[in-house]
Design a protein around this ligand. Structure first.
Ligand code: NAP
Length: 326
């Protein structure tokens, strides 16, 4: 039986991937920390490992001994107390992992992000392609891009996935938006409509399996459901699924920028991270998050199964079943 490592297994995407790999009968090792939650990692078949990213020799010995056929590297942060944390965790840890598997047969599937290439242009609103120049404008995106580049230069057997906004059961950031609509408020940031892309967790996990099983290597893929949605459409679908009427609230971008700077300042004082911060502002202010997934469909045979309406229905059902939404 093939032995697979999932780093960041305690997280939203990692835990969902672990479930699917177990269903398919793989031998799954979950890379987590001593402090990580095991709420979604209760299956008795899961083995656990705390990887010493800071101790390269030890990390290398462990990975050689385990000889994983595939490693999904998801451990990373999307919000940081200090910008340097993006560099340390999203780049340095990934570099350490890559250095430790050099010379092994292991396939590495690295979770980068749409943020690594930055948002699309706002004249024709064409979708971003993997061949377009990368212009990340967030600390998060810059560190992910640096990790992508190190991987391309130092290892052959890899696939880089750049998911767009991932949502579904267990997710906590879009959940704040669903709660807001559930509370009869419909916020918009800026006056120009935003073009958004999404991928439901089940489709993303399917892409992980296709990437693992494929002989293809050395490629980068955006991952979305293949559609583009205006922010108004996302709100409309959410309202209909929740059965709620709302009051529209439009915030000019300069106010969002002030609030984001204030939240970042507060985060530093309180030594914690908030959903809104300066990095997040750069993502929220961009109007074009459309991406092209033609190469993902052609190379890996990916056929998205869950469009936004179906995905929001499934997701809200989960929040309701879990009593997280009334
Ligand atoms: N969610 C999205 O929309 C999205 C989109 C594009 C790309 N991605 C990427 O996909 C990956 C997973 O995202 P997610 O949404 O599942 O995030 P998540 O729920 O926040 O999970 C992050 C995982 O990384 C681990 N981690 C964080 N800091 C770590 C550290 N210093 N050492 C070791 N492990 C650490 C966390 O462990 P603890 O539980 O111990 O904190 C957790 O298991 C990330 O690399 C993210 O950048 C996510």
């Amino acid at each position: 039986m093939q032995k697979i490592l999932v780093t960041g297994a305690s997280g939203f995407i990692g835990s969902s991937l672990v479930d699917r790999l177990l269903q398919e009968g793989y031998d799954v090792v979950a890379g987590i920390r001593k402090t990580s939650s095991r709420e979604y990692l209760q299956d008795k078949r899961i083995k656990f490992i705390d990887l010493p990213y800071n101790r390269p020799k030890e990390l290398s010995d462990i990975l050689k001994d385990e000889n994983f056929s595939t490693i999904f590297h998801l451990a990373g942060i999307t919000k940081a107390k200090k910008q340097l944390d993006f560099e340390r965790i999203n780049f340095e840890y990934t570099k350490s992992l890559i250095d430790s598997i050099k010379g092994l047969e292991t396939k590495l599937i690295f979770f980068s992000s749409f943020a690594a290439c930055g948002e699309g242009e706002e004249i024709n609103f064409s979708p971003k392609k993997v061949t377009d120049p990368n212009t990340p404008n967030t600390g998060y995106g810059k560190a992910k891009l640096k990790a992508e580049e190190y991987l391309k230069d130092n290892f052959e057997n890899y696939i880089i996935l750049r998911p767009t906004g991932v949502y579904g059961a267990r997710e906590t950031d879009y959940f704040v938006y669903f709660q807001t609509i559930n509370n009869h408020l419909e916020p918009y940031l800026g006056y120009v409509p935003q073009r958004l892309t999404f991928v439901h967790i089940d489709d993303l996990v399917e892409v992980c399996l296709l990437s693992m099983k494929s002989k293809i290597k050395g490629k980068i893929y955006f991952v979305s459901d293949g559609n583009v949605y205006f922010d108004t459409e996302f709100a409309k679908i959410t309202k209909e699924v929740l059965g709620k009427r709302t009051i529209k609230l439009k915030f000019p971008l300069f106010i969002v920028s002030w609030i984001s700077s204030f939240m970042e300042f507060l985060g530093k004082i309180m030594n914690r991270t908030f959903t809104l911060n300066k990095d997040k502002y750069n993502i929220l202010k961009a109007r074009n998050w459309n991406c092209d997934i033609d190469n993902l469909k052609e190379d890996l045979g990916f056929e998205p199964q869950t469009d936004l309406r179906k995905g929001v229905e499934k997701t809200i059902k989960w929040y309701k079943d879990e009593k997280k939404l009334k």
